[in-house]
Design a binder for this molecule. Structure first.
Ligand SMILES: NC(=O)c1ccc[n+]([C@@H]2O[C@H](COP(=O)([O-])OP(=O)(O)OC[C@H]3O[C@@H](n4cnc5c(N)ncnc54)[C@H](O)[C@@H]3O)[C@@H](O)[C@H]2O)c1
Length: 113
C-alpha cells in the first residue's frame, strides 16, 4: 500500500505526509507550489517537481495507491476577487483528479475541503 497526497507542500497536506512517512508508508507528493513551499515537503517523500493535481501521471496511480486530495486555493478573500480561477483550481482540478483516480481503479480516496 502506498499513498499519493496532492497539496503535500501545503499546511494540511504536509502534515498528512509527515504522518504517513513516519508510519513507514511510501508517499508521493503532488503539488504545483502555488501557495505551498518546497521546505514543507518531507525529504523521505517522493516529489518529482511542480505538477498540477489534474496532470498527475497515470503511472503514479494504481490499485494499491490511496489518494488524499489536499490541493486547493484555500483563502476565502482570494475566492472573492478571483472566483473563476478559484472554481477552476478547487472544483475542476478536483473533479479531474477524482476522475483520473477512478479510471486507475483507486479504491480509497480522501479529500479535505
Ligand atoms: N488550514 C486549515 O486550518 C484548514 C482547515 C480545514 C480545511 N482546510 C482545507 O484544506 C485544504 C488545504 O488547506 P491548506 O491550509 O493546507 O492550504 P495550503 O495553501 O497551505 O495548501 C494547499 C496546497 O495545494 C497546492 N495546490 C493548490 N492548487 C493545486 C493544484 N491545482 N495542483 C497541485 N497542487 C495545488 C498548493 O501549492 C499548496 O501546497 C483546503 O481545501 C482548505 O480549505 C484547511
Amino acid at each position: 500500500m502506498k499513498f499519493i497526497v496532492t497539496g503535500g507542500a501545503g499546511f494540511i497536506g504536509s502534515h498528512v505526509v509527515d504522518d504517513l512517512v513516519s508510519m513507514g508508508y511510501q508517499t508521493h507528493v503532488v503539488d504545483n507550489i502555488t501557495t505551498g513551499q518546497y521546505r514543507n515537503i518531507n525529504r523521505k517523500a517522493i516529489f518529482t517537481g511542480p505538477t498540477d493535481a489534474s496532470r498527475t501521471p497515470d503511472e503514479w496511480l494504481d490499485e494499491d495507491t490511496i489518494a488524499i486530495h489536499c490541493a486547493s486555493q484555500p483563502k476565502c478573500n482570494v475566492s472573492l476577487y478571483a472566483p473563476i480561477n478559484d472554481m477552476e483550481n478547487n472544483y475542476s482540478v478536483g473533479v479531474k483528479f477524482i476522475t483520473k483516480c477512478v479510471s486507475r481503479k483507486i479504491k480509497t480516496f480522501g479529500f479535505n475541503f
